[in-house]
Design a protein around this ligand. Structure first.
Ligand code: GLY
Length: 397
């Protein structure tokens, strides 16, 4: 690998790559840039360009591209598609019903034991899954999604899921459509506040591996969920290549699928990939070429903890444009992943989003990793900096 480009990138990628001022959904612009710059591997991160078929676009241009096609991305871009696939192929998921009629969905809700989970079918920037505990909340969520169309056509259909409780975990796998290779498991923290209080966010931290998720459970999820899903897609005539993310609930020792994503999870990836010992590029290339079976993927037995530093007010309104101090003032083995950051013309890094950065650290065990992250995050400062204090605490308490 000689040079990396990022589109659009941020202040973090500016330090290690060349940023291209192009939105990830600007297929034509990205295709043109890839040709001009002689880019020989494209790696797609977010769901929006995947769902609009960016992988098909680069395939047609003859430029190697890592990620699932538009058809394969349906496991994430349509919850109805994913739910029907799971039903047809016997992949475990919570009891649920699909509705494209508002009045039928409302009627169904009357008979359900609450809480239930109401999910918009399509992509909703992580906001389309709403847990409701009263009929009033349920009617509001349903009305917002199906009548007010707050997520647009993503709310033409909904799924209403039974609420299942247990231990939530994410298992992400590389797959070339034949071989499925799971990564190390991780847990993310979705709520803004300590002890899981307050509204949902894009993720406030994560850790790997969770103590409750054994190697045997990784095998079981791979055998009962990940491999059958890739095979089911093949049965449907869809080659699934890239990353398959299973968001799971372990209920009385049995995993059920809450959601699939067609990409690396955030912020799980910030604690999973630091534990990868094999060269990531070798894996990406093998997936694209369809010979993942030839790569021996090895993982560190260490623990990794990642804590997100966010702008005060997030996930509601917040201010940006604060200078960030101390990013270089962390231990050499601590990683700072940028999200909402921007490099100013003055060379200073400024906040530029709700979730600003993730500080990730490894240790021989969770306690060591956790201590390292919290010791180092104190060295980083920006106006209104907020982070949860309890990431991975339950693993060490
Ligand atoms: N951590 C969940 C996601 O990336 O959607």
């Amino acid at each position: 690998m000689e040079k990396v480009f990022a589109a659009p990138g941020n202040a973090g990628t500016a330090a290690i790559a060349e940023n291209l001022n192009l939105r990830p959904t600007n297929m034509e612009g990205l295709g043109k840039a890839a040709k001009e710059k002689g880019i020989d591997l494209v790696v797609v991160g977010p769901e929006a360009p995947l769902a609009s078929g960016i992988v098909n676009y680069f395939d047609n241009l003859g430029i190697p591209v890592f990620g699932p096609t538009k058809a394969a991305t349906q496991v994430e871009s349509s919850k109805v598609f994913a739910r029907n696939l799971m039903e047809k192929y016997g992949i475990p998921f919570p009891k649920s019903a699909i509705f494209s009629s508002y009045s039928e969905a409302r009627e169904y809700l009357q008979e359900q034991r609450l809480p239930v989970v109401i999910k918009a079918d399509g992509l909703a920037a992580g906001k389309g899954v709403i847990i409701v505990s009263s009929l009033a909340e349920a009617h509001k969520a349903l009305g917002d999604i199906m009548e007010a169309k707050i997520f647009g056509s993503a709310g033409d259909s909904v799924i209403i899921d039974e609420y299942v409780s247990g231990r939530e975990v994410s298992l992400i796998a590389f797959t070339d459509g034949k071989t499925v290779s799971p990564m190390v498991p991780a847990c993310d923290y979705k709520k803004i506040g300590d002890n899981d209080q307050g509204p949902n966010t894009g993720g406030m931290g994560s850790y790997s591996p969770p103590g409750f998720f054994s190697a045997g459970m990784t095998e079981k999820v791979t055998k009962d969920i990940l491999v059958p899903t890739v095979k089911a897609m093949a049965e449907e005539g869809i080659l699934y290549k890239g990353v398959l993310y299973a968001g799971l609930m372990i209920v009385d020792g049995e995993p059920v699928v809450l959601e699939f994503n067609a990409r690396f999870g955030d912020p799980e990836t910030q604690v999973v990939l630091p534990l990868l010992k094999t060269d990531l590029v070798d894996i990406l290339v093998a997936v694209v070429r369809g010979n993942l079976d030839r790569v021996k993927i090895e993982w560190s037995a260490e623990a990794c903890v990642g804590v997100v530093a966010a702008s005060a007010g997030y996930p509601e309104s917040y201010k940006t444009g604060f200078p960030i101090q101390g990013i270089d003032n962390v231990d050499r083995d601590v990683l700072v992943f940028h999200a909402g950051t921007k490099l100013g013309n003055d060379g200073i890094i400024y906040t530029d989003g709700g979730r600003v950065l993730t500080v990730a650290g490894m240790g021989k065990d969770m306690a060591e990793a956790r201590e390292k992250v919290y010791r180092n995050i104190h060295n980083i400062y920006f106006g209104g900096c907020y982070y949860r204090k309890d990431i991975a605490l339950r693993e060490v308490a």
